[in-house]
Ligand binder design. Structure first.
Ligand code: SAM
Length: 302
C-alpha cells in the first residue's frame, strides 16, 4: 500500500484525487462550514494575532483555495501535501511536505487517515491470525504470524477468530492522529473520514481500490487509489460524531430556495439551488454525511 500510493510512480505521486473520486473538501459549501468552525476555534482562543489553518493531505488544495476567500488575512493557510503546489492557488497559501509544529488554530485532515497504509490480517485454515500478503496482480494469501503489538491492537479493537475473517490493523492511523494532535500548541485538530466502530466492523474488511470514479480491486500496482476505512473508536480523539451531525451544528444543510425566486432572479435561484444540492450531498446519511468527524481541542492561554 505504501509503495503503490506513495513510492516512485505511486498513485498519489501522479494522480489528482478529484479525477478519481469526489470528496467533501472539493465542495465550496463545505469550506463555508469549515470557515465557521475556524471562527469558533479562533473565538475560543481569544482571537490570537495569527491564526493557523493547516490542511494535512490537502490534495490539490481545493479546501484552502476556498478558505482563502472566506477567512481574513490574520488566517495563515498552510497545505501539507506530498504533491507539488498547484499553480493557480492563491499566493497566501503556503505549501510544505511535513506537518509543522507549534500550530495555534485549526488542523484539518480530510480523507487522509484512510490512505495511511495499514496491514491486513486474516485467519488462516488452521485458525491462526496472519498478515495477509498480496502480489502485484492483487492475489492474496496468508503470510507471517502477527507480531505482538499488532496482535494486541487486534485483540482490543478488531478481534478475528473464524477462518477467512479479515481485519485492518489501525495502529498507523493512530500514530498519524497522534502526530496531528501533537503539532498544535492551542486549537483544534479534526480528521474527517470513512469509518466503523466495534459494533459494525465489516467481517471481511474494507480495503478497496478506486480509479476513474469507480470501485476496483485493490491491486497494488500504482494505478488506483487504495483505501481502508478507519477504526474510529481506536483513534484517541475527544469527540467523534458524524459529518451530518457536525455540519448541522455548523448551520448546514442549506434550505432549497423558494421556487418563486426562480422567476424573479433565475441566476440567484440556480446558485442557491446548487448550494442546497451540495449541502444535501454532504449530509446524506448513506454517503458523505456518514463520514466521521474526529476531533480534539487544546485550550489556549488567554
Ligand atoms: C484522498 S486524498 C484527500 C485530498 C483532500 N484532503 C480531499 O479531501 O479532497 C489524500 C491526500 O493525502 C496526501 N497524503 C497522504 N499521506 C500524506 C503525508 N504523509 N503527508 C502529506 N500528504 C499526504 C495524498 O498525496 C493525497 O493527496
Amino acid at each position: 500500500m505504501e509503495r503503490a500510493l506513495y513510492g516512485p510512480g505511486g498513485f498519489y505521486r501522479r494522480e489528482l484525487p478529484r479525477n478519481h473520486f469526489s470528496t467533501s473538501a472539493q465542495t465550496p459549501v463545505f469550506a463555508e462550514a469549515v470557515a465557521r468552525l475556524a471562527g469558533e476555534v479562533d473565538e475560543a482562543l481569544g482571537r490570537p494575532a495569527t491564526f493557523d489553518v493547516v490542511d494535512v493531505g490537502a490534495g490539490n488544495g481545493e479546501l484552502l483555495g476556498h478558505l482563502a476567500s472566506l477567512l481574513d488575512e490574520r488566517a495563515h493557510l498552510t497545505a501539507v501535501e506530498l504533491r507539488p503546489k498547484p499553480k493557480d492557488l492563491p499566493q497566501r497559501i503556503s505549501w510544505r511536505a511535513d506537518v509543522p509544529s507549534g500550530v495555534t488554530g485549526l488542523v484539518i485532515a480530510c480523507e487522509l487517515l484512510d490512505n495511511v497504509p495499514c496491514d491486513a490480517a486474516v485467519v488462516d485454515g488452521e485458525g491462526e491470525v496472519r498478515y495477509e500478503e498480496v502480489d502485484e496482480v492483487g492475489t492474496t494469501r496468508p503470510g507471517d504470524p502477527i507480531e505482538d503489538a499488532d496482535a494486541k491492537w487486534l485483540a482490543e479493537w478488531w478481534p478475528i477468530h473464524q477462518v477467512g475473517e479479515r481485519a485492518e490493523i489501525g495502529r498507523p492511523r493512530e500514530a498519524k492522529w497522534r502526530e496531528l494532535a501533537e503539532c498544535i500548541d492551542a486549537g483544534t485538530v479534526l480528521a474527517i473520514d470513512y469509518g466503523h466502530t466495534r459494533a459494525d466492523r465489516p467481517e471481511t474488511g474494507t480495503i478497496v481500490g478506486f480509479r476513474d470514479g469507480r470501485g476496483v480491486g485493490p491491486v497494488p500496482d500504482g494505478t488506483c487509489d487504495i483505501t481502508a476505512h478507519v477504526a474510529v473508536d481506536a483513534i484517541p480523539c475527544d469527540r467523534a460524531r458524524t459529518q451530518r451531525e457536525a455540519l448541522r451544528e455548523l448551520g448546514l444543510p442549506i434550505d432549497r430556495p423558494p421556487l418563486a425566486r426562480a422567476y424573479r432572479d433565475p441566476t440567484g435561484y440556480a446558485v442557491e439551488l446548487a448550494r442546497a444540492s451540495a449541502s444535501a450531498r454532504l449530509t446524506d446519511r448513506s454517503g458523505l454525511g456518514a463520514h466521521w468527524w474526529m476531533s480534539t481541542s487544546k485550550p489556549g492561554g488567554r
